[in-house]
Design a protein around this ligand. Structure first.
Ligand SMILES: *[C@@H]1O[C@H](CO)[C@@H](O)[C@H](O)[C@H]1NC(C)=O
Ligand SMILES: [Cu+2]
Length: 266
């Protein structure tokens, strides 16, 4: 009986990883149209379905830890390979990222970055992508643990919306949408980054090209005050990690649609 119950115990402890509640972007809505995102189980299909979502190997819906923030996995999640199609969208369009689920405990900042792929996002080397931060949200109020934009994401149908700048030049781009969960971030390797990359073929008559930008392996360090952070303390502020928001695009009231924007901040 000992071997059998030991087997059950082992099985029992393996199960939480399989049914764990952190998530991935299962769908994207652009210009009102739904596109299926990448789901790691698709890697078992032959052929692999066409998705604009990058093919990450996050079968456990897991995350990237600070000890990998300078490694290629931080770019588009674990062992990510290029998405093999594009979502067509016009500059100025509203884009909504729909997570399959998100746990209330996983509070933290949410980001949208964009990088030009040059001519082809399906073959570009991810280590060459230089990202511009388009959108960010984080702490809203309270403490220990307080209210965060992830709470709004959960209330809003597990979704996060952003607007592609209306002046962005047409082209092939990767948008890197990311949540960093801070529930374990009081220890220096405890923050959890969940990056999700999606290819977009952006049209329109914008003329603003991206310039500068930062490779994702230089975004964050474990020692950043917004990466090692004790959510369960009487904090009075939060320093948003990563590069600062782009000044290439003027935000207008029409584009300020996300819940975070209804919080007084300027
Ligand atoms: C809510 O989320 C589900 C699942 O992702 C999606 O099918 C549905 O379109 C979403 N509803 C809205 C109003 O965005
Ligand atoms: Cu989790």
């Amino acid at each position: 009986m000992a071997p059998f119950s030991a087997y059950l115990l082992a099985l029992g402890s393996a199960l939480p990883a399989l049914v764990s509640a952190h998530g991935h972007v299962q769908g994207i809505i652009a210009d009102g149209k739904w596109y299926t995102g990448w789901n790691a189980e698709m890697k078992y299909q032959n052929p692999i379905p066409l998705t604009a979502g990058w093919q990450a190997d996050n079968l456990d819906n897991g995350f990237i830890s600070p000890d990998s923030f300078a490694k290629p996995d931080i770019v588009c999640h674990k062992s990510a390979k290029n998405g093999n199609s594009y979502i067509p969208a016009k500059a100025g369009s509203k884009i909504t990222f729909l997570w399959n689920t998100w746990p209330v405990s996983h509070k933290g900042p949410v980001f949208d970055y964009i990088a030009s792929c040059g001519s082809d996002c399906t073959t570009v080397d991810k280590s060459t992508l230089r990202f511009t931060k388009l959108d960010e949200g984080a702490w809203l109020s309270g403490n220990d643990p307080g209210t965060w934009v992830t709470d709004n994401l959960i209330k809003g149908n597990m979704s996060w919306s952003m607007t592609i700048p209306s002046t962005l030049a047409p082209g092939k781009y990767v948008i890197r949408h990311e949540i960093i969960a801070l529930h374990a971030a009081s220890s220096s390797n405890g923050a959890q980054a969940y990056p999700q990359c999606i290819n977009f073929d952006i049209s329109g008559d914008g003329t603003t090209a991206l310039s500068g930008g930062t490779v994702a392996t230089s975004f964050y360090k474990a020692s950043d005050p917004g990466i090692t952070f004790n959510l369960y303390s009487k904090f009075t502020g939060y320093t948003i990690p990563g590069p600062s928001l782009s000044k290439l695009f003027r935000r207008n009231s029409e584009e300020r649609r996300h819940p975070r924007d209804f919080v007084t901040e300027e």
